[in-house]
Design a protein around this ligand. Sequence first.
Ligand code: 3HC
Length: 293
Amino acid sequence: MARDIRNVGVVGLGTMGAGIAEVLARSGLAVTAVELDDAGVERGREHLRNSTGRAVAKGKLGETERDELLGRISLGTDLAALADADLVIEAIPESLELKAEVFARLDGIIGPETILASNTSSLSITEIGMHTSRPGKVVGTHFFNPAPVLRLIEVVRTVVTEPDVVTDVVEFAGRLGKTPVVMGDRAGFIANALLFGYLNHAVRMYEQRYATREDLDAAMRYGCGYPMGPLALLDLIGLDTAYEILDTMYHQSRNRLHAPAPLLKQMITAGLLGRKSGRGFYTYQAPDSPEVV
Ligand code: 3HC
């Protein structure tokens, strides 16, 4: 019988974790969200306030509905609060060491049937799962940024993920109003494997002064109908995240398409991470603000 997933945990409240918590709460689910420390909890709370505030300002969500939505998300710093979860989605930074530690700790806290999912975009789900006593109940659930807007969830199965776990997660993704796709555990999964060669190529073109950032972006928006140009999209994703994804794919496939453009590394070293730091290829009036100066 399919699991009845009602009580969902989220670990990590950065851009993706907070977005995922919002998606879950929008579907009426009770969400328990855990961050490392109080500052992380505050950042997550602020992100949730801003994101839902945007919907209220546009008249798409009433004040009361918003309060109810936020009321369904309980925030804290103690992983033990996830003891009763049916599913836990981890969305902490892309470090295998950190993820392994969190998965091992969660394994000792949650019930035996609880599914453990990672939102990693570049690490191996198989390796993460091996740090638990239940690799058969470990999957990838890869959301896209902004999570409340984009409909895709990549459901990643490893060679040992139990088939009913995949079926239950796919069904659950549909209940969230998302479109799930299923694949094996390979760096980049489907979407990033196709997208990041293109983004990296755009950085190389910009680096070679082939065209201005505005013209590169305009070409893809107005010529190909993409919602954003590649450089604006890299700012949204975060240059550090993009670098990690490219680097992992490059090391796995040795495909030069994914060898990170040197400019990416230089910008990261200089603290230009994109929207989240206020400056990337473009400058933003405030972190996370779409207003370009
Ligand atoms: N959080 C919540 N909602 C947001 C949002 C955010 N950060 N940003 C935009 N929205 C909502 C708006 O409120 C608006 O909602 P409405 O339709 O209900 O009014 C809707 O999205 C459209 O937003 P805007 O009108 O402000 O602006 P745009 O029409 O330009 O859309 C965009 C903004 C949704 C970001 C759109 O440009 C887009 O889809 N861009 C491409 C994003 C993309 O490709 N993401 C994938 C990145 S790869 C990835 O995530 C994988 C990872 O592993 C790196």
